[in-house]
Design a protein around this ligand. Structure first.
Ligand code: ATP
Ligand code: MG
Length: 396
């Protein structure tokens, strides 16, 4: 009797025209996620099956709980037989250790060659259990133990426990996005939510050494590593932003520092997106959170790019965002105290309702196109590795 994991796709099945792509992508994602475990993975239209060929069963189930597109994880047993006598005996062995009084058998028979109906099979197994394990009762409405039996073409499955997966769509099925990842609480949560909708992410981080420290960058790498669990791999574009920030700081009225700086970030992110074949930008902006996130500010900043900008946490309040951050494992890293490039150049009175025309006039005071060109040209790409222990993990 071998243990077997069955995966139910859930939400995928409602999107008929995409179902092949969804299942194939999910298959590849599961394969990638489990690349270090000896497993066999196979699937049909309704479900995916995983055999774990060593003792790492629990670890594999844990990994599967981080894969979008998985609705339910069913942990069962595979019996290499369709013989009812053998199935009965195996079920008795399986329930021997379990503590329960009432039970119900539910049989599914995908192999119609088996000469009995599902109801007859359930009844037969039921009476066998009643006869061979004392103190049991059948309860078809609210049983303590629901025993699922499934007869397939050559083998049968028995399972009891169904665990919830994280749902969503498989990462990659909706294409690629660039996540503006700042090291704060909001942007990793925004990234998680975009991935849940099937968007595969690459990250972009703007650094301004020496105004920002190596720890700040390491923090972003540590967050990337957490996101990697869901995204399966993670490419981080690190943009040297010092010259742009200093040019803005020296030449532009300080109340517009943040607005202009963010317009530069948007422009650069859009260039990276186009080069990486990404269709959207994703960021952690939340309406009303700070001066640069009033509606007027968002409009003045957004208008320098044509690529859609998705803001998954736009309408969440901070407590809601924090609660997701804790759930997905980014919170502890996000609250580490390293300065971000935005916090260093924060003016005392940032403009709350920036004027777009003024933004353009101020930008004309610096050679921003050249500066952007240089920053993009000199940017560093870091491939975040999910397996390897990295220097940035010592942060925690
Ligand atoms: P977070 O929003 O992630 O908690 P924050 O609140 O410090 O960090 P804001 O100043 O609110 O960041 O910026 C809003 C969004 O802009 C961030 O969520 C992030 O998507 C993006 N952003 C800000 N700073 C950077 C940066 N240095 N690199 C990349 N993206 C950034
Ligand atoms: Mg924020």
């Amino acid at each position: 009797m071998k243990q077997l994991i069955m995966i139910k796709y859930g939400e995928l099945t409602t999107k008929k025209e995409n179902i092949q792509l969804f299942i194939k992508t999910l298959y590849l994602n599961v394969q990638k996620k489990l690349e270090n475990y000896p497993v066999e993975i196979f699937y049909d239209k309704g479900r995916m099956f995983i055999r774990v060929l060593d003792q790492h069963f629990i670890e594999v189930v844990q990994e599967l709980k981080e894969i979008f597109g998985i609705h339910e994880i069913i942990i069962g047993y595979e019996l290499a037989t369709l013989d009812l006598e053998e199935i009965k005996k195996s079920i008795l062995t399986l329930v021997e250790e379990k503590e329960f009084t009432t039970f119900k058998i539910e049989t599914k028979r995908s192999n119609k060659l088996v000469p009995k109906t599902s109801v007859e099979i359930s009844r037969e197994i039921g009476s066998y259990l009643l006869k061979n394990k004392s103190g049991l009762q059948v309860d078809v409405h609210t049983p303590e133990l629901l025993i699922h039996v499934e007869l397939r073409s050559k083998e049968s499955y028995v399972y009891f426990d169904v665990e919830k997966g994280i749902g969503g769509y498989p990462v990659g099925t909706l294409g690629k996005g660039i996540l503006m990842l700042s090291g704060g609480i909001d942007s990793p949560v925004a990234g998680y939510m975009a991935m849940k909708r099937g968007v595969k992410l690459e990250g972009i981080y703007f650094e301004s050494p020496p105004h920002t420290s190596i720890e700040a960058k390491n923090k972003v790498k540590a967050l990337s590593k957490v996101l990697c669990k869901y995204n399966l791999e993670f490419k981080l574009h690190v943009i040297p932003f010092t010259e742009i920030q200093e040019a803005i700081y020296k030449n532009i009225p300080h109340e517009y520092l943040i607005t202009i700086m963010r317009r530069m970030m948007y422009r650069i992110s859009a260039i990276i997106a186009s080069r990486s074949n990404a269709k959207i930008l994703v960021n952690g902006e939340s309406i009303g959170q700070v001066a640069s996130q009033t509606l007027t500010s968002m409009k003045a900043i957004n208008e320098v790019v044509r690529i859609p900008v998705i803001r998954p946490v736009a309408c969440f309040d901070k407590l809601e965002i924090i609660s997701v951050a804790k759930q997905i494992g980014t919170y502890e890293t996000s609250i580490l105290p390293f300065e971000d490039c935005c916090t260093i150049f924060v003016p005392e009175h940032p403009v709350i309702n920036p004027d777009s025309k003024l933004c353009s006039e101020y930008e004309a005071l610096i050679p921003f196109e050249e500066l952007i060109h240089e920053a993009v040209k000199n940017h560093e790409v870091i491939k975040i590795n999910r397996q390897q222990k990295n220097d940035y993990e010592d942060l925690l």
